[in-house]
Design a protein around this ligand. Structure first.
Ligand SMILES: O=C(O)c1cc(=O)[nH]c(=O)n1[C@@H]1O[C@H](COP(=O)(O)O)[C@@H](O)[C@H]1O
Length: 274
């Protein structure tokens, strides 16, 4: 099934816009696992088992695995998601961006090695750095557009005077992704929940693209304002929360606590749907 169809099906089946971000930090694990990088996969698998009926997607962040030489655990974790939640798409958060020849390798890593359904990318190096991912039929690619961090302003909110209408950089990225770059309907955009006004602006420019919206939970983004700004009946929004769910409890009940937090966030998002 194509990524976008999977996303729509998971949204429908689990009644959810919530994506659980898998950003495992061994020093934050419960006492029985704390500090043990060999148990990263196990920690995440218990979170998946506890939330598989509550989410639209999972988003493992590759750095949290690679930093601990745990890429093999990431491979096994994604295989585990396939087994226990075959209806839930996996977005590999890798934020890649490189020349075409190298991008081809990154695309193989994301889609063949890890078997992800979609990947996050930086559009900074231009279309030829994005195109290799689009050659993988049915796979998705989310381009960073207006990110959740304060430093996102440094570049993304700069005006491009040489382009007609003098758009801001993030507006231009949204225009390219909605239009000329979106060859086979595989593109989506990343917009931070910490900037609901910009989500609204991106939605106006890119009405049919899926949006990946991180920043609720630990970063304090406004879940209700996010849904009001981004929700469309035919273009899914994928609202990510990582730390607030993974570390809802530091005790042995962490998976049940993660489930409760995921239920709460899913309900809050649903309540804001127009
Ligand atoms: O692409 C992302 O996922 C991303 C984009 C962005 O603008 N802001 C952002 O926080 N993220 C990621 O989303 C997750 C947010 O984690 P929490 O703040 O713990 O919910 C992390 O994995 C970030 O790397």
């Amino acid at each position: 099934m194509k990524f976008l169809e999977m996303l729509r099906a998971a949204q429908e089946r689990n009644g959810s816009m919530l994506c659980v971000g898998l950003d495992p930090e061994p020093r934050r694990f419960p006492a029985a696992l704390r500090g043990d990088a060999t148990r990263i996969g196990e920690f995440c698998a218990r979170i998946v088992d506890a939330t598989a009926d509550l989410v639209i997607a999972y988003k493992p962040q590759i750095a949290y695995f690679a930093a601990h030489r745990a890429e093999d655990q990431l491979e096994r974790l994604i295989a585990h998601i396939r087994k226990v939640a075959p209806h839930v798409p996996v977005i590999l958060d890798a934020k890649r961006g490189d020349i075409g020849a190298t991008a081809e390798q990154y695309a193989i890593e994301a889609f063949e090695r890890y078997g992800a359904d979609a990947v996050t990318l930086s559009p900074f190096m231009g279309f030829d750095s994005v195109e290799p991912y689009l050659k993988h039929e049915g796979k998705g690619a989310f381009l960073l557009c207006r990110t959740s961090n304060p430093g996102g302003d440094d570049l993304q909110n700069q005006r491009l005077a040489s382009i007609e209408g003098s758009p801001l950089l993030y507006e231009h990225v949204a225009r390219l992704a909605q239009g000329p770059w979106n060859l086979n309907g595989q593109l989506g955009l990343v917009v931070g929940a910490t900037y609901p006004n910009e989500i609204e602006r991106v939605r106006a420019i890119a009405p049919t693209l899926p949006l990946l919206i991180p920043g609720v939970g630990a970063q304090g983004g406004d879940a209700v304002a996010t849904v009001r700004a981004g929700w469309r009946p035919d273009a899914p929004i994928v609202v990510n929360s990582s730390r607030a769910i993974l570390y809802a409890s530091s005790g042995d009940d962490y998976a049940q606590a993660a489930r409760r937090e995921a239920e709460k966030t899913r309900a809050l998002l649903a309540s804001a749907r127009p």
